[in-house]
Design a protein around this ligand. Structure first.
Ligand code: HEC
Length: 102
């Protein structure tokens, strides 16, 4: 019973916090802009991906896969180093924001 109460309390506390996550702010705060560019259109290196307008679901999964190591190639190493800075909710908020960019 106590466990259920705790779970319910967590859900009610977590839900509004998630809704308030600002993808644009997180993108800058978590250093994503350093490699992918301030507006996600002009990456640091020509071989780095442009993220503006990318499908949110796709971007979210790629970020999770780079973080976990499921996606792993010569270039992912650069990004993997910062992925401890973002949790699943923050990844989702950034992905949703990226999709809104033209
Ligand atoms: C140190 C440089 C660097 C940083 C910092 C960085 N990335 Fe990346 N990111 C890359 C590189 C390089 C790739 C391409 C990896 C590959 O080739 O598999 C990539 C790939 C991605 C992809 C997949 C793109 C696609 O088309 O598949 C997304 C989404 C992404 N980054 C988002 C982010 C976000 C959000 C952050 C901040 C939390 C971030 N990145 C921080 C370098 C970086």
């Amino acid at each position: 019973m106590k466990l259920i109460a705790t779970l319910l309390a967590t859900a009610f506390i977590a839900a509004p916090a998630m809704a308030n996550l600002d993808g644009a702010k997180l993108y800058a705060e978590k250093t994503c802009n350093a490699c992918h560019g301030a507006d996600a259109k002009k990456p640091l290196l020509p071989t780095y991906p442009k993220l503006a307008g990318q499908n949110a679901g796709y971007a979210e999964q790629q970020m999770k896969d780079i973080k976990s190591g499921a996606r792993n190639n010569g270039q992912t190493a650069a990004m993997k180093g910062v992925m401890h800075l973002v949790n699943d909710e923050e990844i989702k908020a950034i992905a949703v924001w990226l999709e809104t960019l033209q």
